[in-house]
Design a protein around this ligand. Structure first.
Ligand code: HEM
Length: 342
């Protein structure tokens, strides 16, 4: 290689080296805001980008699925802020508020006793089919509630306790359970609807029951009620209608884009979350009154038979009807608390 060629090569390298900063700065020159294209607007800042695009950012795709052309949906940010912010806080307040109210009620009112004491004479309240419908709904609902709440509060509540790996494994199985247990839950509410709808049509005795607040706050006061009182009718419709909408909105999410677009799914998600929290709060109060809150209540769904004195105090109109049909069994009812049998 002669000296001239070496000098030319060196000068070219030097020139390129000197030009590099200018080329780099040219590449970084901000492009003025332009039309809805990928190169037009300033893409260095999310918020600015969204402002400039004023709507959805659509690209173009040649595959049949045109949904994939949507690159950014700005409403998704509002949805996420609502889901991770307001909704989470309000849900926590509603659920903890319900638990706190029940604790206060228990401390002030205590367990609601059978005023006349148990008679040890029993009457059939719910048959096997009724109890099957109740427990299939209850068991699936409880798992759905716990696994659903895990999706909302789990990251914040459980990751510090379990660590991310255990939490991730638990959540994957929880989500599977959440998807599949929706089916027995729906079966349960359909059965309950078919079996109990005729007992849950509002009637005159409900007004008197509501006026007396069900006698819940005053000892010895028992407004008459048929098979279900007004409070139970509320629970029934809440479970059947509310649970139905929760299930329907859940299926919209379980089968994405099958019935609606992304905006419809965001709405379904909010409906699903809000109704579920209200339903869970209502069911917490139901579980309380059906277990530790009221003497003799659990038997109705346990063995299916209740004490006649319990029935007389809480469902007097229903008991009269059943007695007319000759349904009670065992010894005649007694007044006053009985000593246990020797
Ligand atoms: C897991 C704990 C639960 C317990 C201990 C429980 C207990 C009871 C009891 C004792 C009754 C009969 C009340 C009576 O004889 O008048 C009842 C009825 C009923 N339960 Fe439950 N239950 C539970 C969970 C659930 C769940 C999770 C749901 C629905 C999601 C549910 C929905 C109903 C409905 C609709 C009725 C009929 C209306 C009423 O009595 O309020 N239960 N339950």
């Amino acid at each position: 290689m002669n000296l001239g060629r070496v000098v030319r090569l060196l000068s070219l390298t030097l020139a390129l080296f000197l030009l590099m900063p200018a080329v780099a700065s040219f590449a970084q020159t901000p492009v003025p805001p332009g039309p809805n294209t990928l190169t037009g607007p300033d893409v260095s800042n999310d918020q600015l980008l969204l402002q400039q695009l004023q709507g959805n950012l659509h690209g173009r795709v040649s595959i049949p699925d045109q949904k994939s052309a949507m690159l950014i949906q700005p409403e998704g940010q509002d949805w996420r802020a609502l889901r991770d912010g307001t909704l989470k806080t309000v849900s926590a307040v509603v659920l903890l508020g319900m638990i706190a109210a029940l604790v206060v009620f228990y401390v002030v009112r205590g367990k609601i006793r059978i005023d006349a004491g148990p008679s040890r004479r029993r009457i059939q309240r719910f048959n096997g089919m009724e109890r099957f419908a109740h427990w299939i709904t209850a068991a699936s609902f409880l798992v759905l509630a716990v696994t659903g709440l895990n999706l909302v509060f789990g990251r914040w509540l459980l990751i510090p306790l379990l660590g991310p790996e255990a939490f991730a494994t638990m959540t994957v199985y929880g989500k599977l359970a959440h998807n599949f247990l929706s089916f027995p839950f729906v079966l349960g509410i359909v059965l309950m609807l078919l079996i109990w709808v005729r007992h849950n049509i509002p009637n005159g005795s409900d007004i008197a029951w509501i006026k007396a607040a069900g006698g819940l706050f005053s000892k010895g006061k028992h407004p008459p009620a048929k098979k279900f009182n007004a409070g139970q009718k509320l629970i029934f419709w809440m479970v059947v209608a509310g649970g139905g909408v929760v299930a329907a909105s859940g299926y919209v999410l379980l089968f994405p884009f099958a019935v609606t677009d992304i905006a419809g799914m965001q709405l379904a998600h909010l409906v699903h979350a809000i109704l579920s929290v209200l339903l869970i709060a209502g069911i917490i109060s139901h579980i309380y009154i059906g277990s530790i809150g009221m003497e003799g209540a659990f038997d109705a769904m346990g063995s299916g038979q209740v004490d006649v004195n319990w029935a007389r105090e809480h469902h007097s109109l229903w008991l009269e009807e059943e007695l007319r049909k000759g349904k009670a069994a065992g010894k005649p009812p007694t007044v006053g608390r009985q000593l246990p049998a020797e």
